[in-house]
Write a protein that binds this ligand. Structure first.
Ligand SMILES: [Zn+2]
Ligand SMILES: [Zn+2]
Length: 317
Protein backbone atom coordinates (compact mmCIF):
# COMPACT_ATOMS: atom_id res chain seq x y z
CA UNK A 1 0.00 0.00 0.00
CA UNK A 2 1.09 3.53 -0.60
CA UNK A 3 -0.37 6.94 -0.25
CA UNK A 4 -0.69 9.18 -3.21
CA UNK A 5 2.04 11.75 -3.80
CA UNK A 6 1.40 14.06 -6.72
CA UNK A 7 1.70 17.69 -7.48
CA UNK A 8 -1.38 19.54 -8.51
CA UNK A 9 -1.55 23.14 -9.48
CA UNK A 10 -4.86 24.87 -8.98
CA UNK A 11 -5.78 28.48 -9.37
CA UNK A 12 -8.26 29.93 -6.90
CA UNK A 13 -9.05 33.54 -6.15
CA UNK A 14 -6.19 34.60 -8.39
CA UNK A 15 -3.79 32.65 -6.23
CA UNK A 16 -1.89 29.60 -7.31
CA UNK A 17 -1.90 26.79 -4.79
CA UNK A 18 0.50 23.91 -5.13
CA UNK A 19 -0.49 20.77 -3.33
CA UNK A 20 1.53 17.67 -2.61
CA UNK A 21 -1.53 15.56 -1.92
CA UNK A 22 -5.29 15.67 -2.19
CA UNK A 23 -5.31 15.57 1.58
CA UNK A 24 -4.26 19.21 1.53
CA UNK A 25 -7.61 20.04 0.00
CA UNK A 26 -9.56 17.48 1.99
CA UNK A 27 -8.29 19.16 5.14
CA UNK A 28 -10.02 22.29 4.04
CA UNK A 29 -6.86 24.15 3.05
CA UNK A 30 -8.01 24.15 -0.57
CA UNK A 31 -11.26 23.83 -2.45
CA UNK A 32 -11.53 20.05 -2.65
CA UNK A 33 -14.13 19.03 -0.11
CA UNK A 34 -14.24 15.73 1.73
CA UNK A 35 -17.41 14.68 0.00
CA UNK A 36 -16.56 15.86 -3.46
CA UNK A 37 -16.72 12.91 -5.82
CA UNK A 38 -13.62 12.40 -7.89
CA UNK A 39 -11.73 9.76 -9.81
CA UNK A 40 -8.04 9.20 -9.18
CA UNK A 41 -5.62 11.45 -10.97
CA UNK A 42 -4.52 8.57 -13.19
CA UNK A 43 -8.09 7.97 -14.45
CA UNK A 44 -8.09 7.41 -18.19
CA UNK A 45 -9.70 5.61 -21.09
CA UNK A 46 -8.20 2.13 -21.60
CA UNK A 47 -7.89 1.09 -25.26
CA UNK A 48 -8.75 -2.59 -24.94
CA UNK A 49 -11.93 -4.31 -25.99
CA UNK A 50 -13.49 -7.65 -26.86
CA UNK A 51 -15.89 -9.03 -29.45
CA UNK A 52 -18.55 -9.25 -26.73
CA UNK A 53 -18.38 -5.54 -25.89
CA UNK A 54 -21.86 -4.06 -26.01
CA UNK A 55 -23.67 -7.38 -25.85
CA UNK A 56 -25.71 -8.88 -23.07
CA UNK A 57 -26.55 -12.40 -21.93
CA UNK A 58 -29.63 -13.30 -19.92
CA UNK A 59 -28.23 -16.00 -17.67
CA UNK A 60 -31.50 -16.30 -15.74
CA UNK A 61 -34.72 -14.27 -16.13
CA UNK A 62 -33.53 -11.90 -13.40
CA UNK A 63 -29.80 -12.10 -14.03
CA UNK A 64 -28.32 -10.22 -16.96
CA UNK A 65 -24.64 -9.96 -17.80
CA UNK A 66 -23.52 -7.10 -20.05
CA UNK A 67 -20.00 -6.65 -21.38
CA UNK A 68 -18.36 -3.22 -21.39
CA UNK A 69 -15.14 -3.49 -23.44
CA UNK A 70 -13.31 -6.12 -21.35
CA UNK A 71 -15.34 -6.25 -18.15
CA UNK A 72 -18.84 -7.35 -17.18
CA UNK A 73 -21.58 -5.59 -15.27
CA UNK A 74 -24.57 -7.48 -13.90
CA UNK A 75 -28.20 -6.38 -13.68
CA UNK A 76 -30.04 -8.26 -10.94
CA UNK A 77 -33.82 -8.03 -11.06
CA UNK A 78 -36.69 -9.08 -13.29
CA UNK A 79 -37.43 -6.62 -16.14
CA UNK A 80 -41.18 -6.88 -15.42
CA UNK A 81 -40.74 -5.70 -11.83
CA UNK A 82 -38.60 -2.67 -12.80
CA UNK A 83 -36.73 -3.18 -9.55
CA UNK A 84 -33.10 -4.04 -9.96
CA UNK A 85 -29.57 -3.35 -8.84
CA UNK A 86 -26.39 -2.82 -10.80
CA UNK A 87 -23.40 -4.93 -9.79
CA UNK A 88 -20.14 -3.15 -10.69
CA UNK A 89 -19.80 -0.07 -12.84
CA UNK A 90 -17.73 -0.84 -15.93
CA UNK A 91 -14.77 0.80 -17.61
CA UNK A 92 -13.80 4.48 -17.54
CA UNK A 93 -16.02 6.63 -19.78
CA UNK A 94 -18.66 3.92 -20.21
CA UNK A 95 -21.57 5.59 -18.38
CA UNK A 96 -23.60 6.23 -21.54
CA UNK A 97 -23.24 2.62 -22.65
CA UNK A 98 -24.32 1.33 -19.24
CA UNK A 99 -27.32 3.65 -19.13
CA UNK A 100 -28.38 2.54 -22.64
CA UNK A 101 -28.09 -1.15 -21.72
CA UNK A 102 -30.18 -0.55 -18.60
CA UNK A 103 -32.84 1.46 -20.40
CA UNK A 104 -33.06 -1.16 -23.11
CA UNK A 105 -33.74 -3.85 -20.53
CA UNK A 106 -35.82 -1.95 -17.95
CA UNK A 107 -37.30 0.92 -19.96
CA UNK A 108 -36.59 4.65 -20.36
CA UNK A 109 -35.34 6.52 -17.30
CA UNK A 110 -34.93 3.33 -15.29
CA UNK A 111 -32.55 3.51 -12.41
CA UNK A 112 -31.26 0.81 -10.09
CA UNK A 113 -32.06 0.77 -6.39
CA UNK A 114 -28.34 0.64 -5.64
CA UNK A 115 -24.94 -0.05 -7.11
CA UNK A 116 -23.23 -3.00 -5.43
CA UNK A 117 -19.50 -3.50 -5.92
CA UNK A 118 -17.54 -6.74 -5.96
CA UNK A 119 -14.42 -4.59 -5.46
CA UNK A 120 -13.07 -1.19 -6.38
CA UNK A 121 -10.61 -1.78 -9.22
CA UNK A 122 -10.75 0.79 -12.01
CA UNK A 123 -12.54 -1.57 -14.41
CA UNK A 124 -15.35 -2.14 -11.90
CA UNK A 125 -15.89 1.51 -10.90
CA UNK A 126 -14.99 3.15 -14.21
CA UNK A 127 -18.30 4.97 -14.74
CA UNK A 128 -19.55 5.08 -11.18
CA UNK A 129 -19.34 8.81 -10.52
CA UNK A 130 -21.42 9.73 -13.57
CA UNK A 131 -23.91 7.02 -12.59
CA UNK A 132 -24.16 8.09 -8.95
CA UNK A 133 -24.63 11.72 -9.99
CA UNK A 134 -27.32 10.78 -12.50
CA UNK A 135 -29.29 8.38 -10.32
CA UNK A 136 -28.39 9.50 -6.81
CA UNK A 137 -28.40 5.93 -5.52
CA UNK A 138 -26.30 4.40 -2.75
CA UNK A 139 -23.21 2.30 -3.43
CA UNK A 140 -22.36 -0.70 -1.26
CA UNK A 141 -19.01 -2.45 -0.87
CA UNK A 142 -17.19 -4.53 1.74
CA UNK A 143 -15.85 -2.38 4.56
CA UNK A 144 -12.24 -3.41 3.77
CA UNK A 145 -12.68 -1.97 0.26
CA UNK A 146 -13.90 1.39 1.51
CA UNK A 147 -10.45 3.06 1.85
CA UNK A 148 -9.99 2.53 -1.91
CA UNK A 149 -13.38 4.08 -2.61
CA UNK A 150 -13.11 7.09 -0.37
CA UNK A 151 -9.84 8.55 -1.62
CA UNK A 152 -7.70 7.16 1.19
CA UNK A 153 -5.59 4.28 -0.15
CA UNK A 154 -4.13 3.38 -3.56
CA UNK A 155 -4.27 -0.18 -4.81
CA UNK A 156 -0.95 -1.95 -5.18
CA UNK A 157 0.64 -1.11 -8.54
CA UNK A 158 -0.06 -3.75 -11.19
CA UNK A 159 2.80 -6.11 -12.06
CA UNK A 160 3.79 -5.86 -15.74
CA UNK A 161 6.55 -8.46 -15.19
CA UNK A 162 4.09 -11.19 -14.19
CA UNK A 163 3.89 -14.33 -16.29
CA UNK A 164 1.27 -13.61 -18.95
CA UNK A 165 0.63 -11.70 -22.13
CA UNK A 166 0.00 -8.25 -23.50
CA UNK A 167 -2.68 -7.18 -21.00
CA UNK A 168 -0.18 -7.76 -18.18
CA UNK A 169 2.36 -5.68 -20.09
CA UNK A 170 -0.21 -2.90 -20.52
CA UNK A 171 -1.13 -2.98 -16.85
CA UNK A 172 1.12 -0.07 -15.72
CA UNK A 173 -1.30 2.24 -17.54
CA UNK A 174 -4.23 0.98 -15.44
CA UNK A 175 -5.50 3.48 -12.88
CA UNK A 176 -4.75 2.59 -9.24
CA UNK A 177 -5.47 5.90 -7.53
CA UNK A 178 -8.42 5.69 -5.19
CA UNK A 179 -11.61 7.31 -6.28
CA UNK A 180 -13.69 9.19 -3.77
CA UNK A 181 -17.37 8.36 -3.47
CA UNK A 182 -17.61 10.22 -0.19
CA UNK A 183 -20.70 9.36 1.80
CA UNK A 184 -22.39 7.77 -1.22
CA UNK A 185 -20.60 4.49 -0.45
CA UNK A 186 -21.66 2.39 2.52
CA UNK A 187 -20.46 -0.92 3.96
CA UNK A 188 -22.42 -4.05 3.11
CA UNK A 189 -24.58 -5.17 6.06
CA UNK A 190 -22.64 -7.36 8.50
CA UNK A 191 -25.40 -10.00 8.53
CA UNK A 192 -24.44 -11.13 5.01
CA UNK A 193 -27.52 -9.75 3.30
CA UNK A 194 -27.24 -7.64 0.16
CA UNK A 195 -29.40 -4.50 -0.04
CA UNK A 196 -32.11 -4.85 -2.73
CA UNK A 197 -30.81 -8.28 -3.78
CA UNK A 198 -33.28 -10.48 -1.94
CA UNK A 199 -32.13 -14.07 -1.43
CA UNK A 200 -28.52 -13.23 -2.26
CA UNK A 201 -25.81 -13.16 0.37
CA UNK A 202 -22.34 -11.68 0.09
CA UNK A 203 -19.29 -13.82 0.66
CA UNK A 204 -15.92 -12.31 1.50
CA UNK A 205 -13.51 -13.55 -1.18
CA UNK A 206 -10.25 -11.61 -0.64
CA UNK A 207 -6.92 -12.11 -2.39
CA UNK A 208 -7.49 -10.17 -5.59
CA UNK A 209 -8.29 -7.19 -3.35
CA UNK A 210 -8.73 -6.98 0.44
CA UNK A 211 -12.47 -6.36 0.42
CA UNK A 212 -13.41 -8.41 -2.61
CA UNK A 213 -16.85 -10.04 -2.32
CA UNK A 214 -18.92 -12.48 -4.36
CA UNK A 215 -22.72 -12.84 -4.29
CA UNK A 216 -24.53 -16.16 -4.00
CA UNK A 217 -28.19 -17.17 -4.13
CA UNK A 218 -28.77 -20.53 -2.45
CA UNK A 219 -32.12 -21.37 -4.05
CA UNK A 220 -30.76 -21.67 -7.59
CA UNK A 221 -27.02 -21.58 -6.82
CA UNK A 222 -26.42 -18.48 -8.90
CA UNK A 223 -23.03 -16.89 -8.29
CA UNK A 224 -21.70 -13.45 -9.14
CA UNK A 225 -18.00 -13.99 -8.60
CA UNK A 226 -16.41 -10.66 -9.53
CA UNK A 227 -12.71 -11.30 -10.11
CA UNK A 228 -12.36 -14.07 -7.46
CA UNK A 229 -12.02 -16.31 -10.51
CA UNK A 230 -12.73 -15.50 -14.15
CA UNK A 231 -13.62 -17.45 -17.28
CA UNK A 232 -11.02 -15.97 -19.60
CA UNK A 233 -7.24 -15.77 -19.48
CA UNK A 234 -7.40 -12.05 -18.73
CA UNK A 235 -3.64 -11.54 -19.09
CA UNK A 236 -3.69 -12.24 -22.84
CA UNK A 237 -5.01 -9.58 -25.23
CA UNK A 238 -5.96 -12.13 -27.88
CA UNK A 239 -7.95 -14.26 -25.45
CA UNK A 240 -9.59 -11.19 -23.98
CA UNK A 241 -10.56 -10.07 -27.47
CA UNK A 242 -12.00 -13.42 -28.52
CA UNK A 243 -13.40 -14.20 -25.05
CA UNK A 244 -12.32 -17.83 -25.48
CA UNK A 245 -13.77 -19.57 -22.43
CA UNK A 246 -11.27 -21.02 -20.02
CA UNK A 247 -11.38 -21.07 -16.22
CA UNK A 248 -8.72 -18.93 -14.62
CA UNK A 249 -7.78 -17.49 -11.25
CA UNK A 250 -8.08 -13.77 -10.69
CA UNK A 251 -6.24 -11.48 -13.15
CA UNK A 252 -2.56 -12.04 -12.33
CA UNK A 253 -1.23 -8.53 -12.83
CA UNK A 254 -3.52 -7.17 -10.11
CA UNK A 255 -3.63 -9.96 -7.53
CA UNK A 256 -1.29 -9.33 -4.60
CA UNK A 257 -2.33 -12.17 -2.23
CA UNK A 258 -2.36 -15.61 -3.83
CA UNK A 259 -2.83 -17.57 -0.59
CA UNK A 260 -6.01 -15.66 0.24
CA UNK A 261 -7.14 -15.95 -3.37
CA UNK A 262 -6.77 -19.74 -3.23
CA UNK A 263 -8.90 -19.92 -0.08
CA UNK A 264 -11.54 -17.76 -1.75
CA UNK A 265 -11.72 -20.03 -4.79
CA UNK A 266 -12.10 -23.06 -2.49
CA UNK A 267 -14.92 -21.30 -0.66
CA UNK A 268 -16.78 -20.63 -3.92
CA UNK A 269 -16.20 -24.13 -5.32
CA UNK A 270 -17.65 -25.63 -2.12
CA UNK A 271 -20.94 -23.84 -2.87
CA UNK A 272 -21.22 -25.89 -6.10
CA UNK A 273 -22.67 -23.00 -8.10
CA UNK A 274 -24.89 -23.82 -11.07
CA UNK A 275 -24.40 -20.47 -12.80
CA UNK A 276 -21.50 -18.08 -12.55
CA UNK A 277 -21.11 -14.57 -13.89
CA UNK A 278 -17.52 -13.43 -13.50
CA UNK A 279 -15.98 -9.98 -13.84
CA UNK A 280 -14.24 -11.01 -17.04
CA UNK A 281 -15.18 -13.65 -19.60
CA UNK A 282 -18.50 -15.14 -20.55
CA UNK A 283 -20.93 -16.61 -18.00
CA UNK A 284 -20.43 -20.31 -17.29
CA UNK A 285 -22.95 -22.88 -16.08
CA UNK A 286 -23.75 -26.52 -15.43
CA UNK A 287 -21.23 -29.31 -15.64
CA UNK A 288 -18.66 -27.15 -17.40
CA UNK A 289 -18.71 -24.79 -14.42
CA UNK A 290 -18.63 -27.58 -11.82
CA UNK A 291 -15.76 -29.38 -13.55
CA UNK A 292 -13.83 -26.19 -14.28
CA UNK A 293 -14.07 -24.94 -10.70
CA UNK A 294 -13.00 -28.35 -9.35
CA UNK A 295 -10.01 -28.25 -11.70
CA UNK A 296 -9.15 -24.72 -10.60
CA UNK A 297 -9.14 -25.81 -6.96
CA UNK A 298 -7.14 -28.99 -7.64
CA UNK A 299 -4.60 -27.29 -9.89
CA UNK A 300 -4.63 -23.80 -8.43
CA UNK A 301 -0.83 -23.52 -8.33
CA UNK A 302 -0.58 -24.39 -12.02
CA UNK A 303 -3.65 -22.68 -13.44
CA UNK A 304 -3.91 -19.55 -11.31
CA UNK A 305 -0.65 -18.66 -9.61
CA UNK A 306 1.93 -17.15 -11.96
CA UNK A 307 5.37 -18.77 -12.04
CA UNK A 308 7.07 -15.44 -11.67
CA UNK A 309 6.19 -11.85 -10.84
CA UNK A 310 6.52 -9.51 -7.90
CA UNK A 311 3.51 -10.94 -6.04
CA UNK A 312 4.99 -14.46 -6.02
CA UNK A 313 8.71 -13.68 -5.79
CA UNK A 314 8.26 -11.97 -2.48
CA UNK A 315 9.58 -8.63 -3.66
CA UNK A 316 6.41 -6.91 -2.58
CA UNK A 317 3.87 -7.64 0.16
ZN1 LIG B 1 -10.12 -6.63 -10.24
ZN1 LIG C 1 -11.58 -6.81 -13.14
Amino acid sequence: MKTKQTNSLLRMDNTIYVSSTRKFFAEGRGVLLENELYYGEDYKRIPATSIESGTGTEVLPDLYCYTVQIVNIVLVGHPASKEFVLVDAGMPYSAEKIISAIEERFGPDSRPKAIILTHGHFDHVGAIIELVKRWNVPVYAHELELPYLTGKTCYTDPDPTVEGGMVSKMSPMFPVDPINLGNHVKPLPSDGSVPHMTNFRWIHTPGHSPGHVSFFRDKDKALIAGDAFVTVKQEYLYKVFTQEQEISGPPRYLTPDWAASQESVKKLEALKPSFAITGHGMPMEGKLLTDSLRKLVDEFETIAVPEYGKFVDGNEN
